[in-house]
Design a protein around this ligand. Structure first.
Ligand code: SF4
Length: 225
């Protein structure tokens, strides 16, 4: 059973021009990215009170005129078991005619493929944390600083690249690749990401958007510089 954060957010800004309902799964995360502002509240904290899919459906059905899209985020929502993802998304699709978008790092390509094949997801927004395609085994420190994990080799990074390729190739107009402009990265890193996504767009004849978002320091953290 997937546990959901019991604060649902109606947002006009998550997807420009499309009012959206943002839902966070209490599904943990395998990364610990630089100053992640969700970490304490959504990943570390033990939530005694949470929503189930039944609570979500009650809200979604009652308030469905207020939003067009349903967005799932985390932590990493795709860490939920595939059976639970299928069950919950099937129930939502059966009850309301809304587009479903999942925010993800791209860590679970097989699950992404399954949900796409079942028509349970209309788009993925992948957080491309570094110009993965340019990384070498000399960049382990950079990976650790950015994503908070130690890697032995580039296996994980290559998996994330495969997920990005899958998302671009299968985009039906609602997917997106984006980055956060971590303050220790040069602007050229994001230009490289954009150029990589453009090359995939050319390869797959798609027009997926790439966006680099301003880094926001968590509340209470002093901004450097
Ligand atoms: S993947 Fe997202 S939720 Fe997980 S640590 Fe990084 S920024 Fe935070």
């Amino acid at each position: 059973m997937i546990r959901y954060y019991n604060k649902l957010i109606l947002s006009l800004s998550e997807i420009e021009g499309h009012p959206s309902l943002l839902i966070h799964g209490l599904t943990g995360c395998m990364f610990h990215c630089f100053k992640c502002f969700n970490y304490e509240e959504l990943i570390e904290k033990k939530h005694e009170s949470y929503y189930t899919i039944k609570d979500l459906l009650n809200y979604i059905v009652k308030q469905q005129d207020l939003f067009e899209y349903i967005l799932f985020s985390g932590g990493e929502f795709m860490l939920a078991p595939i059976e639970d993802l299928i069950e919950d998304l099937t129930k939502i699709k059966a009850d309301v005619d809304k587009k479903i978008i999942i925010y993800t790092t791209g860590i679970a390509l097989d699950k992404m493929k399954t949900l796409t094949d079942l028509n349970l997801v209309d788009g993925y927004h992948i957080d491309m944390k570094l110009p993965y395609h340019l990384l070498s085994s000399d960049d382990k420190d950079l990976i650790e600083m950015t994503m908070g994990i130690k890697v032995k080799d580039l296996t994980l990074i290559n998996q994330l690249i495969d997920s990005i390729k899958f998302v671009v190739k299968n985009d039906q107009g609602l997917s997106q690749i984006r980055s956060v402009k971590y303050p220790f990265l040069d602007e050229s890193a994001f230009m490289e990401c954009k150029s990589f996504i453009n090359s995939l767009n050319d390869l797959y004849n798609k027009n997926i958007t790439y966006e680099a978002h301003t880094f926001i320091y968590p509340e209470g953290d002093k901004e450097e510089g």
